[in-house]
Ligand binder design. Structure first.
Ligand code: MN
Length: 289
C-alpha cells in the first residue's frame, strides 16, 4: 500500500521550483507517492516531473476538480466536450509520469451548485466518464470519483450515492475515492461507506475536519482505518491538508482555504505520514485477535 501526500502541503505552483519543493518535501517526510493537482495539463512539464520523481524514488497520482467551463454534468454539450478533452489530456500527462490513479471531482464542477443536478446533466457525466474510463484503461490510468460534500458537487455526496452513479457509468476502470473530511460532513459514520464500496474503492484521502493536523479535529479515524483493513484495501492512502500558509491560484479559493492552520509543511507532513502508517500498522494486528 502506498502512503501519499497532496502537493499543496508543500507548494501552490507546479513550475520547476514548486515541483522540487513538493517532491523533496514528500520524500523527506517519508511518503511513497505525491498527488499532483493537474488542473493545467497544457503547461505541465511531464518529462521534467518524471525525471524528478524517479530521482526521488516517488510514485505519483493526479487529481483535479472540474470548473464551470469543463463540467461533465452540464446540459451544454460543448462544455461536456471541453471537460472530456481536458481529462484526456490529464490522463495523457499522468501516463507520461507513470501514474496509475486519476482522482478528485472529475464528474462535475467543483463548486457550490445553485440547484440539484439534472437528469440530462447526470447522464452526460456518466456517458463521458464511461468513454474516459476506456481511454484511461488503454493508458494504464484508472479513474476514481471523489465523494465530496454538498458544497462542492451536486451529483452525489455519499458513498452509496457514488455507487448508484457508477452503475450508470458502467465501466470497470472507473471507481470511487473517499475522503475523511467529506465523510465527516455527509456520512453516518466512517465504517459503513468503506464496506459499501469495497469492490469499487480505489483511493482514499485522509484529511482532518478543519484540514489541519491529523488528530486535532473531530474525525474518528479508528473505524476508517479498521474498515480499510477489513476490505483488504491496497490503494493509495493520501494525506490532504490546506492552510493559507501555502496558496494555489487554482485551488485555495475553490476549497475556501481562508485561514492558517499550520506554518511548517515539513513538520505537518512528517506527522501525518507517521499517523497514517502507525494506524495501518496497528489495524493489521486485528487479524491476530
Ligand atoms: Mn480530498
Amino acid at each position: 500500500m502506498q502512503i501519499g501526500v497532496h502537493a499543496q502541503v508543500f507548494t501552490g505552483t507546479l513550475d520547476e521550483a514548486g515541483l522540487r519543493t513538493a517532491i523533496e518535501g514528500a520524500k523527506a517526510a517519508g511518503y511513497d507517492l505525491l498527488e499532483v493537482p493537474l488542473m493545467n495539463p497544457v503547461t505541465f512539464d511531464s518529462a521534467l516531473t518524471k525525471r524528478m520523481l524517479d530521482d526521488a524514488g516517488l510514485a505519483a497520482s493526479a487529481s483535479l476538480g472540474l470548473t464551470e467551463a469543463t463540467d461533465l454534468s452540464s446540459e451544454d454539450d460543448s462544455i461536456v466536450a471541453a471537460g472530456e478533452e481536458l481529462l484526456e489530456r490529464v490522463i495523457d500527462r499522468l501516463a507520461e509520469i507513470g501514474g496509475r490513479d486519476l482522482c478528485g471531482v472529475i464528474h462535475s464542477a467543483m463548486r457550490k451548485h445553485e440547484g440539484p443536478a439534472t437528469e440530462r446533466g447526470r447522464a452526460n457525466s456518466q456517458a463521458a466518464l464511461g468513454r474516459l474510463g476506456a481511454y484511461g484503461q488503454e493508458r494504464g490510468v484508472r479513474l476514481s470519483l471523489e465523494v465530496v460534500n454538498r458544497y462542492e458537487s451536486n451529483l452525489f455526496n455519499t458513498a452509496r450515492g457514488a455507487r448508484d452513479f457508477l452503475a450508470g457509468v458502467g465501466h470497470e476502470n472507473v471507481g470511487i475515492h473517499l475522503d475523511t473530511y467529506h465523510m465527516n460532513i455527509e456520512e453516518s459514520d466512517n465504517w459503513q461507506p468503506i464496506l459499501d464500496t469495497a469492490t469499487q474503492l480505489n483511493y482514499a484521502h485522509v484529511g482532518e475536519s478543519h484540514r489541519g493536523y491529523l488528530g486535532t479535529g473531530s474525525i474518528e479515524y479508528g473505524p476508517f482505518f479498521r474498515a480499510l483493513e477489513r476490505i483488504g484495501f491496497d490503494g493509495p492512502v493520501v494525506f490532504e491538508s490546506f492552510s493559507s500558509a501555502v496558496v494555489s491560484a487554482e485551488l485555495s479559493n475553490t476549497l475556501a482555504v481562508w485561514r492558517n492552520l499550520w506554518n511548517d509543511s515539513a513538520d505537518l507532513a512528517a506527522h501525518a505520514n507517521r499517523f497514517i502508517r502507525d494506524s495501518m500498522l496497528a489495524v493489521r494486528t486485528i487479524a491476530l485477535h
